[in-house]
Write a protein that binds this ligand. Structure first.
Ligand SMILES: [Zn+2]
Length: 647
């Protein structure tokens, strides 16, 4: 029986390995941010005067392939944002709650020790009550309620993630054990006792004594094998066990025991036994629904701030609206009579949203023209000038008969690209959660020096460059579900590993590109994913692609921002496309992309209209799309909230 189980798990593991290698390039890139240790998280002081550090959500590599058996294998784990005490809990802090101080090395500012696990949990509850928060621990069963907003012990995965602080080395400062003296009190330098907290150098995220001084209780029961097959999202350890986990090494232990991934355990669970004088703890508090600043490539603080639910407050988080970019100026780009890309498309969308009552719920964003420096990130100045002059001269078509222009088309095209930039600003400045841009002319066929397929400037590509240059975001995911392949966008980022371009489209079809074999080039190899589908594909076909191809690739890539090239010409009944997606299908596709943004980048998402030519089904699909964007993440079926409870 055991043998069968083992074989099964080996099969699963080998399947995992092959998937793993397919995405290994993406994977390694996905970890690049984690190597950036210059990031300094926010520190706050709680009501009761404790300093806590904001630990941002993110993926990390847990474990150590060269460590002890219980540290293997290295595996990727997602941790939701949380707050962690900057220091180990000290004796004077513990005594505030009239709890008997069991410490051996008495000193008010030395870490508390000889604390058994249950008394540590009791302290968490007392501190929660003192701050007006809901205690996490049931004082009969000592089960932890992770949904409560109070203090608790960290899960083992949270502890290691915080200790590593973006590093993948043995210690949070690198691999050289000789440097441990600078960061830790351990056997070689402690003179046989604990020391004042905070006297050694902190780890890259500003946490002190993560290595050494006293070992720290985690919430998890210890199991040697749990992490060989544990869930990859906010793992919470086995349901039962004999011993609880200890992390971080201590004053009388060797450098080996102070490593970031080193695991220990102890049976001192209840108040009838006194724990060893090497055992202490620190507290954490979940930060669900709290915006915690994410590390930027340059280590500078992001524009987002911690809001709503700081540990010193109990107010519920503010739910931001969905933004909507639109302006009547977009109607001034005139195409030839009977041309499918007409101003009536936007009129239909706005009317539909007004009729459904959604319009008044949206946060209106007024676009301006994109500055030339942003248009030039994607298009040659020669081409930009040619568009301008062609419009002034009253030329009827730009480059080919499918892209008619009018007098104001140049101005409107600048404002179409500007609309995407306005949307990005609103998301980055946390005025809105996400945005839908009802703009035209569309953009994803436009090339560096050529108009194509109704497109003049490549709005989404310009937005991507803007995110990377203005906001210093490293990685952008573009999901393009327009029925046509976005050849223009693909061309801009074909050799660029910082942009994952994912297109699902009808094939063979206009513009002729979009084969699966087009995977990117140079460093950008495997960062261009085309999924060509035959005409007639519908909701189930698209959902399968999104679940099986987009979702894993996107999560491994771990974008800092998500953009959608939202064409609605794959709708059932579209006059150009030959696909069969229903408005409800678009709602489901939207949910998948939105969940990716929630898991990877705090929901930062801008959706940009591309095609879609049947006024009724297109506007109905836009309505369903926007309904999902507007939904509170806590209420959505596959949101980051659910990912906290692995099934
Ligand atoms: Zn299209």
């Amino acid at each position: 029986m055991l043998e069968v189980e083992k074989q099964k798990s080996e099969i699963k593991y080998s399947v995992f390995c092959s998937l793993f290698s397919v995405f290994c390039l993406l994977f390694f890139f996905g970890c690049r941010r984690a190597e950036d240790t210059s990031y300094k998280p926010e520190v706050i002081t709680t009501k009761t005067g404790i300093e806590m550090v904001a630990i941002p959500a993110g993926w990390f590599e847990m474990g150590n392939d060269k460590g002890a058996a219980d540290e293997k294998p290295i595996h990727r784990v997602w941790i939701s944002a949380f707050w962690m005490d900057k220091y180990e809990v000290v004796q004077e802090e513990f005594r505030k709650y009239q709890l008997p101080d069991p410490s051996h090395f008495k000193n008010p500012k030395n870490p508390l020790e000889r604390i058994n696990w249950t008394d540590a949990a009791l302290y968490c509850n007392d501190r929660s009550r003192a701050e007006g928060l809901e205690p996490c621990y049931d004082e009969q069963t000592w089960q932890c309620n992770f949904e409560a907003n109070g203090f608790r012990l960290p899960t083992e995965a949270e502890w290691e993630y915080a200790c590593r602080a973006g590093t993948t080395t043995k210690y949070s400062f690198g691999n050289d054990a000789r440097k441990l003296k600078t960061y830790a009190w351990f056997a070689e330098n402690s003179s046989g006792k604990t020391h004042l907290v905070g006297k050694k150098k902190p780890n890259p995220w500003g946490l002190y004594d993560m290595h050494g001084n006293v070992a720290e209780w985690c919430n998890d029961f210890y199991s040697e094998s749990y992490y060989k097959r544990g869930p990859d999202r906010d793992p919470k350890g086995p349901a039962e066990g004999e011993e609880k986990v200890l992390r971080g090494g201590a004053w009388n232990l060797s450098s080996v025991a102070c490593r970031s991934s080193y695991r220990a355990s102890d049976p001192s669970l209840n108040d009838t036994c006194l724990a060893s004088d090497i055992i202490g703890f620190r507290c954490v508090r979940s930060a669900l629904n709290t915006a915690i600043t994410l590390p930027n490539s340059d280590g500078k603080e992001d524009t987002m701030r911690m809001d709503s639910t700081s540990p010193s407050g109990t107010s519920s988080p503010q739910v931001l609206k969905t933004g909507f970019v639109y302006d009547d100026i977009y109607l001034e780009h005139k195409t030839t009579p009977g041309h499918p890309e007409s101003s009536q498309r936007l009129v239909a969308i706005v009317e539909r949203l007004k009729a459904s009552g959604l319009y008044s719920e949206l946060f209106m964003l007024t676009p301006g023209p994109a500055a030339m420096e942003w248009i030039e990130t994607v298009h040659s100045s020669h081409y930009i000038e040619r568009v301008k002059v062609s419009c002034e001269n009253g030329t009827a078509y730009l480059d080919s008969l499918d892209t008619p222009i009018s007098e104001k088309s140049y101005e409107v095209a600048l404002i179409a690209a500007g609309g995407v930039l306005t949307a990005i600003d609103a998301v980055m400045q946390r005025k809105v959660t996400n945005v839908f841009c009802a703009i035209r002319p569309p953009g994803h066929h436009a090339l560096n020096d050529r108009a194509m397929g109704f497109c003049i400037f490549n709005n989404i590509a310009i937005g991507t460059k803007y995110l990377q240059k203005k906001y210093k975001l490293q990685k952008v995911l573009i999901v393009d579900w327009d029925v046509h392949h976005g050849n223009g966008t693909e061309a801009v980022f074909y050799d660029d590993p910082t942009v994952l371009y994912f297109s699902v489209h009808q094939y063979p079809f206009y513009p002729g590109t979009g084969r699966q074999a087009e995977k990117g080039s140079g460093k950008g190899l495997n960062y261009n994913i085309n999924v060509p589908l035959p005409a007639g594909s519908g909701d189930d076909d698209y959902l399968k692609v999104f679940r099986e191809k987009l979702d894993p690739a996107a999560l491994l890539f771990s974008p800092d921002f998500v953009l959608i090239s939202a064409g609605f010409d794959a709708c059932k009944g579209d006059v150009l496309g030959g696909m069969n997606i229903t408005p409800q299908g678009f709602a489901q596709l939207t949910q998948i992309v939105k969940s990716i943004a929630e898991k990877c980048c705090e929901g930062r998402l801008v959706s940009v209209l591309e095609g879609g030519y049947d006024l009724d089904v297109m506007s109905a699909s836009v309505e369903e799309h926007i309904r999902v964007l507007m939904r509170d993440p806590a209420l959505t079926s596959t949101s980051s909230v659910e990912s906290r409870e692995p099934k």
